[in-house]
Design a protein around this ligand. Structure first.
Ligand SMILES: O=C(O)CNC(=O)[C@H](CS)NC(=O)CCC(=O)C(=O)O
Length: 271
């Protein structure tokens, strides 16, 4: 039923607060990914605007108007599936959803997910985040784009990565590829990013697909990078390091089944 293996690209970006220039570089990354054979391209969390949470709120209406048009047009132009990272969508009550859309090559948004777990964390006396000041959480349930061509993609965003029960539910609902577009902090990323991603891949015998932000955004926001793709055995098959760019790996939905028969841990659950 499923197509054979295909190339998928994760994009690593250093997004700033100039919407148009972020969209221009996104366009070039997508174009180059497709030239290099990618059938699916994934963007990081807040690829279109990153740097100031309150600044982004002033821009949210414009972002929410322009980004879906951009993603639709670009998916169509290059005939590519796009996992559109995330962008803010006003809820109507003064906050936004941190919204992760999935586009097909005909330019349709066929599925979308609103980030559930919000990053309200004090890492240090001068490093605090209060995502819930701006963002409304989505419904706590799994969201999957099911495709006969590219497999079943479970959608999540960044901080969700720390909540394994979400991925368990996605897998129970049929996910084979776990999508985790991110802007992990440098502070947490250096110690937590890789082990968490590999754990999600191994414990769910699933691909992990994690585009990322990297570098400095404004003066005091620093992200970890290392956008990557991990196979269902838990091997890192693509790692972007710390520079912005594109990394590509093969995704083969049939391999998920193969690994699940070698390690049937999902079948052995007793709770
Ligand atoms: O708001 C933006 O501009 C972009 N979005 C983010 O940076 C989000 C919400 S503040 N970051 C995370 O979820 C980091 C999680 C993380 O780093 C961890 O779990 O350790």
């Amino acid at each position: 039923m499923f197509s054979e293996s295909y190339k998928a690209a994760v994009i690593q970006m250093n997004s700033q607060t100039d919407l148009q220039s972020n969209l221009d570089s996104t366009y070039h990354y997508i174009e180059e990914s497709v030239e290099r054979g990618a059938k699916v391209v994934g963007l990081p969390e807040n690829f279109s605007f990153l740097g100031g949470l309150s600044m982004r709120m002033n821009k949210a209406d414009e972002i929410a108007r322009k980004v879906p048009k951009f993603l639709s047009r670009t998916a169509k132009e290059f005939e590519v599936y796009i996992m559109g990272g995330s962008y803010p969508v006003p809820t109507g009550s003064g906050k936004v959803y941190n919204h992760s859309p999935f586009y097909t090559p005909d330019g349709e948004e066929v599925q979308s997910y609103n980030k559930i777990h919000l990053f309200d964390v004090d890492l240090d006396k001068d490093e605090s985040y209060r995502e819930s000041d701006y963002v409304e959480p989505g419904d706590p349930k799994s969201v999957i784009y099911e495709s006969d061509y590219i497999g079943n993609w479970g959608l999540s965003v960044c901080y969700d990565l720390r909540f394994p029960e979400l991925y368990r539910e996605m897998v129970a609902d049929g996910s084979q590829i776990l999508s985790i577009p991110s802007a992990f902090t440098y502070t947490t990323g250096q110690d937590h990013w890789l082990p968490l991603l590999r754990a999600r891949a191994i414990e769910n015998t699933s691909y992990v697909f994690a585009p990322a932000q990297t570098g400095l955004h404004g003066k005091n926001r620093k992200t970890w990078g290392h956008a990557m793709i991990i196979d269902p055995w838990g091997r890192v098959v693509a790692d972007a390091g710390q520079e912005p760019g594109i990394v590509i790996a093969e995704i083969n939905p049939a391999k998920v089944q193969e690994v699940r028969s070698r390690i049937p841990s999902l079948k052995h659950r007793r709770m």
